[in-house]
Design a protein around this ligand. Sequence first.
Ligand code: ADP
Ligand code: MG
Ligand code: MG
Length: 256
Amino acid sequence: MSTLEIRDLQVSVKLPEGELKPILHGVDLTVKSGETHAIMGPNGSGKSTLAYSVAGHPKYEITGGSVTLDGEDVLEMSVDERARAGLFLAMQYPVEVPGVSVANFLRTAKTAIDGEAPKLRTWGGELRGAMERLHMDPAFAQRNVNEGFSGGEKKRHEIVQLELLKPKMAILDETDSGLDVDALRVVSEGVNRVRDTGDTGLLLITHYTRILRYIKPDFVHVFVAGRIVEQGGPELADTLEESGYERYAAGAGPAR
Ligand code: ADP
Ligand code: MG
Ligand code: MG
């Protein structure tokens, strides 16, 4: 049983000129393994900033608050240490890794996180199984990570990682964006398999309510202008489907 605790988190993005632009204005969130939380908000509200801050991206400066995983100070950890501690981030825009094959990448990641190489006897089958479940052609194992992948292929590869790495906490940043209906179903099934293990806490960041027809969140948080402005159960997603984010933008932050 694991707990990710985000308390009063305040984050600025570092601008190229060295200035800081405040984005997150005090975010509170607790995610336990086995729980699925949806964070829903308009573009530019700071959802990716939240994801990157927890993952340790150097572009963001934490100016206040705390993040702990089972009581350990996440903000003190390097990016590698965060991954080894059991944090996983599926990025909104997965990056290409030229010269590194999918098979090598996944094996290296698994080795780094577990502290030992996966057993040769079982690893091949595990990898093939995970790719097959995400409807990825086995030939992708030999291709360079994300190089020339379509949007949907990148997102499916993220979920292959999620299934193989079995993190304690997974943040999925707009994994649904740009997926057609079939890919959305395949990706959602993968996320649901991970969820059903009960061992992983899921933070599902999304702009659209569509994915929540396939993955039922236990909690929904509405995120506007760098804060959580409302929280509720899955029914809150249905309300958003009808009314959108505009009614929050009026009172909660700058109109976009
Ligand atoms: P979301 O994921 O909700 O769409 P982001 O976290 O990507 O939002 O962005 C939040 C805000 O931070 C936006 O207003 C965006 O323009 C701003 N931002 C992010 N990176 C930079 C940057 N390098 N320079 C200036 N503003 C930035
Ligand atoms: Mg965005
Ligand atoms: Mg984003």
